[in-house]
Design a protein around this ligand. Structure first.
Ligand code: RFL
Ligand code: PHB
Length: 390
């Protein structure tokens, strides 16, 4: 088998890259370790930046998003027993975010790929990357016990944090920057109307809480939890009780509870691998970097990476210029680090850390007060949240 670009991973990064390349006339094959339903069942992100929506429009998969997605002009910050609205649309002169689940983005991209009859191999086992230091890279995998090899011009490692792509690079060629946070997020999805029309990010002495949603009838809630906790220890009742303790009285009054349809614990991590290019292998999305979910940036960074990568490859094939691919890592990392900073900062002002003493709690409170009372601070938060320009 041969193709121009072999893409490892069918998460948002790999699927979006595949559609962008297809739109630019560049042939590609996607190899995915899991099956389609498994990938679709992963409940993750919910907030899309305008740039991400623009890319989905560019590849012609934004019709359902525009029909079903919810446009949000602002968020609420809850602290000291009160809620304060941040009008992001006003602060950014017109920018908004769209609430549309990662599962839906993935489904739309998979459907578009099927419709265009582009090759995607699910249940690809033992994927291995070869010779990406040369002009003739190859990818090997096994399917149903049979080995296959793909000869390609480039490999795109879009296989997430635990994928094989980053691990295929020699240790001395890669530099890693990391921060692991001493807590996790316990999240539930429920078939209940959201407590409030916009997202609520709450700083509380018992820990962070987030009220999010997927639609007018489906809610997504999170509470900061211990890394030692196990989902089995968290009955639905225990979850709702804990969430209520961390919300303001008005929110508690409006909260509609119900059985969870999904419940999981995610650890929080900041991670960047540099560079993002190794000869003819490019890393994109979670394969290259992780942010804590507090800033809602992970999926959006995957989208901006593949935008840079797809335009660079288009330049390579169309204009016979390697300027774009040579600059990919620098361009992507510049934006990645800004989102890393923002996500780290949002995490630091909203969570309880083991060493959060009375002094640091007052500092967090002062920072949140400043954020909601200064136009400059509100603008800085807002322009990062809605997404920095590409
Ligand atoms: P993914 O989605 O992990 O996809 C990688 C794919 O590669 C496959 N794979 C392999 N395939 C072949 N061979 C191998 N050896 C392979 N190893 C792995 C995997 O099966 C998988 O299908 O990475 P990608 O595409 O880079 O996308 C990144 C996003 O999924 C991630 O950044 C976001 O979900 C992060 N995130 C959020 N991002 C946002 O922008 N906004 C949010 O509101 C938001 N909320 C969140 C989040 C992540 C969360 N968790 C669970 C960490 C909320 C949470 C709770
Ligand atoms: C979500 O809806 O899952 C979500 C929203 C905002 C975040 C993180 C997760 O910051």
């Amino acid at each position: 088998m041969a193709t121009q670009v072999a893409i490892i991973g069918a998460g948002p990064a790999g699927l979006l890259l595949g559609q962008l390349l297809h739109a630019y006339g560049i042939d590609n094959i996607i190899l995915e370790r899991k099956d389609r339903d498994y990938v679709l069942a992963r409940i993750r992100a919910g907030v899309l930046e305008q740039g991400t929506v623009g890319l989905l429009e560019e590849v012609g998969v934004a019709e359902r998003l525009h029909r079903e997605g919810l446009i949000h002009d602002g968020i609420e910050l809850a602290f000291g027993g009160e809620r304060h609205r941040i009008d992001m649309k006003k602060a950014t002169r017109g920018k908004t975010v769209t609430i549309y689940g990662q599962t839906e983005v993935t489904r739309d991209l998979m459907d578009a790929r099927d419709k265009a009859q582009l090759k995607i191999v699910y249940d690809a086992e033992d994927v291995s990357l070869h010779d990406f230091g040369s002009d003739r890279p190859r990818v090997r995998y096994a399917k149903d016990g049979v080995s296959h090899e793909i000869a390609c011009d480039f490999i795109a490692g879009c296989d997430g944090f635990h994928g094989v792509s980053r691990q295929s690079v020699k240790a001395d060629a890669i530099k890693v920057f990391e921060r692991v946070y001493p807590f996790g997020w316990l999240g539930i999805l429920s078939e209940t109307p959201p407590v409030s029309p916009e997202l609520i990010y709450a700083n509380h002495e018992r820990g962070f809480a987030l009220c999010s949603m997927r639609s007018h009838t489906r809610s997504r809630y999170y509470v900061q939890c211990s890394l030692d906790d196990h989902v089995d220890q968290w009955s639905d009742d225990k979850f709702w009780d804990e969430l209520k303790r961390r919300l303001d009285p008005e929110a508690v009054d409006h909260l509609v509870t119900g059985p969870s349809i999904e419940k999981s614990i995610a650890p929080l991590r900041s991670f960047v691998a540099e560079p993002m290019r190794f000869g003819r292998l490019f890393l994109a999305g979670d394969a290259a970097h992780i942010v804590p979910p507090t800033g809602a940036k992970g999926l959006n960074l995957a989208a901006s990476d593949v935008h840079y990568l797809a335009t660079a490859l288009r330049e390579f094939y169309g204009e016979k210029s390697s300027a774009g691919i040579d600059d990919y890592s620098r361009r992507a990392l510049t934006r990645v680090w800004k989102a890393e900073r923002f996500s780290w900062w949002m995490t630091s002002i909203l969570h309880r850390f083991p060493d959060t003493d009375a002094f640091s709690a007052r500092i967090q409170n002062a920072e949140l007060n400043y954020l909601v009372s200064s136009n400059a601070a509100t603008a800085a938060l807002s322009e990062n949240y809605v997404g920095l320009p590409y």
